[in-house]
Design a binder for this molecule. Structure first.
Ligand code: GLA
Length: 383
């Protein structure tokens, strides 16, 4: 990871003030896709890619944001902060400020330097990392301390209400609350969670198809609408079902004919994915690797065929991993339509697996992938 000392010294040179530095990680979702906004279950882990935010107060009534990755600066009067998005990287920090201000906090003048190594548009939650790092930095400056789950909700609101992406709670939650060497089984209904140890000899290998995805893109939003439409059909018969979390495959058998064919397929994915996610957490906890692998394979099939959120390249990356030595399970992770696959692999085969998968993928698709051997890391914190 980037050395925070480099960000510190560049902040000091640029702004002439000693900063406080915060880090918020990206994430990989092991299983539980498009279930969060249906109040279901997800099982992500924070990873060792992160956004760092260095903050110091200013005396001139300005907020100055500097993105080291782009070499770009944005400057605003505190009294005239943008009220809506401008389709710029600054939307994420500005969204956080907007939500904090709607919570009644007076936003002070400050300088904020940002740097990150979470690959962008790859389904590893670079946006959530940026929001959570900003939120921690700014709340610390105003001496406010939110519990992790509350901070995650505020950041999700920044993305929903300011950036305009209709994401669920998963990404911000794991960035704020991740635990080293653990995945987290999160109940997105009440935000209760259970830590699930990732065995020491299991590597998390993230394989980037290099096909870009965007949560702001239309496909994410239209899938979400189809999921919600399916829940509304079931609710006509069983009013207690407000989200697919409460629906069963029997409901689909009885009332699926009242749904559009797409809604029915999306709902089948979400309902079965919730069951798989809870089962996978149990299997991982008892170190039943065969069962974890089976559930991940089934989850990928469901995501690809019923949810239709995969793409040729991601299907290839998953298929090409299947007979490599050491593989426990593989599937497309994140919002879908590109991005990365997550592979659980026996550590002793990790390097060899990463190398062989990269070679096979390049040979089949003509695209050079990026393959990362990652570790489950802790959630956002002050450095
Ligand atoms: C994106 C969203 C999350 C979640 C996933 C799909 O990452 O930000 O809230 O819906 O897609 O599981």
């Amino acid at each position: 990871m980037h050395d925070p000392a480099v960000l510190r010294s560049s902040h000091l040179t640029r702004f002439g003030e000693e900063p406080a530095i915060f880090a918020a990680p990206g994430r990989v979702n092991i299983i539980g896709e498009h279930t969060d906004y249906a109040e279901g279950f997800v099982m992500p882990a924070a990873i060792d890619f992160a956004t760092l935010a260095a903050i110091s107060p200013r005396g001139d009534g300005k907020i100055v944001l500097y993105a080291e990755n782009y070499g770009e600066e944005r400057s605003y009067e505190v009294s005239a902060l943008p009220q809506s998005r401008t389709n710029d990287w600054s939307d994420y920090p500005l969204g956080v400020l907007s939500i904090l201000s709607s919570e009644g906090h007076a936003i002070p003048a400050f300088s904020l330097s940002l740097w990150g190594d979470v690959p962008l548009g790859s389904g590893l939650s670079s946006s959530a990392a940026l929001e959570v790092a900003t939120a921690l930095a700014v709340t610390s400056l105003i001496a406010v301390s939110y519990p992790g789950p509350v901070l995650a909700r505020l950041c999700q609101r920044a993305e929903n209400e300011f950036v305009g992406a209709s994401c669920g709670i998963m990404d911000q939650f794991i960035s704020a609350n991740g635990a080293k060497d653990h995945a987290l089984l999160l109940d997105c209904r009440d935000l209760s969670y259970r830590l699930v140890p990732i065995p020491e000899d299991v590597a998390l290998i993230i394989a980037n198809t290099m096909v870009k995805h965007a949560v702001t893109g239309g496909e994410y939003t239209s899938r979400r609408a189809e999921v919600e439409a399916a829940a509304a059909v079931i609710a006509r018969h069983r009013p207690e079902v407000r989200f697919l979390r409460d629906a069963t495959t029997e409901d689909l058998e009885r009332w699926g004919s009242e749904m559009t064919p797409n809604s029915l397929k999306r709902a089948r994915h979400v309902i079965t994915e919730n069951l798989r996610t809870v089962a996978a957490a149990d299997a991982l906890a008892r170190n039943d690797r065969r069962e974890v692998g089976r559930l991940m394979a089934e989850a990928h099939r469901s995501y690809s065929q019923d949810f239709e959120a995969s793409c040729t390249e991601a299907d290839a990356m998953v298929a090409l991993a299947q007979d490599l030595p050491g593989l426990i399970g593989a599937r497309l992770t994140g919002g879908g339509f590109g991005g990365c696959t997550v592979n659980l692999v026996e550590m002793s085969h990790g390097e060899e697996f990463a190398h062989a998968l990269g070679k096979r993928y390049a040979a089949q698709t003509g695209i050079a992938p990026q393959i990362h051997i990652c570790h489950a890391s802790g959630g956002a914190h002050r450095l």
